[in-house]
Write a protein that binds this ligand. Sequence first.
Ligand code: 4NP
Length: 166
Amino acid sequence: MQGVGDKNLSVLFVCLGNICRSPMAEGAFRAAAARHALDCEVDSAGTASYHIGSQPDLRAIAIARANGVEIADQSARQIERNDFFRFTHIFAMDEANLAGIKAQAPRDGTARVALLTAALQGKQAKPIADPYYGDDALFASVWDEVSEAAEALAAHFAQVGVDLRL
Ligand code: 4NP
């Protein structure tokens, strides 16, 4: 059976709606992957179907743009069965996302599934809270959290390669 070690690095970020946290994580990780010269497919998805086809939340677009990252071209989608074979790694934003992902993981799926903040070794893997009903300040703190974790993740991949386990 093909395992993660035989594949090209490919990373999927997952939240609930795929319009706030995971689009920011996707954008932040694309920037971090470029800094670390990683050759990597990157995408994001939601566990829920509410926002399929939507652009990221305007507050997410604004805070990403203020940090030099463009995410307005993303379009929300729901995680699907093939993602567990297509991606080497799937990162959840919070425990509910993690549980939702694991609940629908095919038994023979090859993707490694973890919390994004597990990349912050030495710090507690604290979930990234849903900012949807919050204000701009909450979006700014979510941006900081996903950026810090994305940078740590890219640095780990640069060191360990596709076989990284978190
Ligand atoms: P996200 O935030 O999971 O970070 O994209 C949310 C977006 C929409 C909803 C909840 C969370 N919603 O209930 O519509």
